[in-house]
Design a protein. Structure first.
Length: 167
């Protein structure tokens, strides 16, 4: 919590703004929690996947932001659960995060799970470290330069069907 407030203390000091960083941080977090924009095509893709697979959302987010954001999102109904690092005290790519996610899914065989994410350092590394297949969402075409190697890479969400055997 201290770092969340300190960033605004430093900013306000640098800019000469007379404002309480703690109250600003609360307002900022609340505003972030109201944001629910989805990528184009995301709802259709998630709807399709949920008809064939069990879905769990796994985020390295802040609970006071992610809970309201996800609770009011049009895609919430497609996910069985959400694991938030802030709530469980461990973040991706740490093994403890994946253990919690697998526990909530009923400990399925690792060969039956695919981690889809946009972060090489958390999503893909977490999946690779845990021994599951990964799919890197890379719409900007960023080149791999070492680090974890995803099993699959997609540039558009609709490509997920090709990865999971969709039509």
């Amino acid at each position: 919590m201290h770092l969340r407030v300190e960033r605004f203390e430093r900013l306000f000091t640098e800019l000469g703004i007379d404002r309480r960083a703690e109250s600003f941080n609360i307002d900022f977090m609340e505003a972030l929690g109201q944001q629910r924009q989805l990528l184009p095509g995301a709802e259709a893709v998630v709807h399709d996947l949920s008809s064939r697979f069990r879905l769990l959302l796994a985020t390295n987010g802040i609970a006071v932001v992610q809970r309201p954001r996800f609770a009011h999102s049009s895609i919430r109904k497609y996910f069985e659960d959400v694991v938030i690092s802030d709530e469980i005290g461990v973040a991706k790519p740490q093994t403890g995060f994946m253990e919690e996610a697998f526990s909530r899914m009923g400990d399925p065989p690792r060969s039956e799970v695919l981690m889809i994410g946009d972060s090489l350092s958390s999503d893909i590394a977490g999946g690779v470290n845990y021994g599951i297949d990964t799919c890197w969402f890379n719409p900007d075409g960023i080149a791999l330069d070492g680090g974890p190697k995803p099993t699959f890479t997609i540039a558009n969400l609709t490509e997920i069907n090709g990865v999971v055997g969709g039509v």
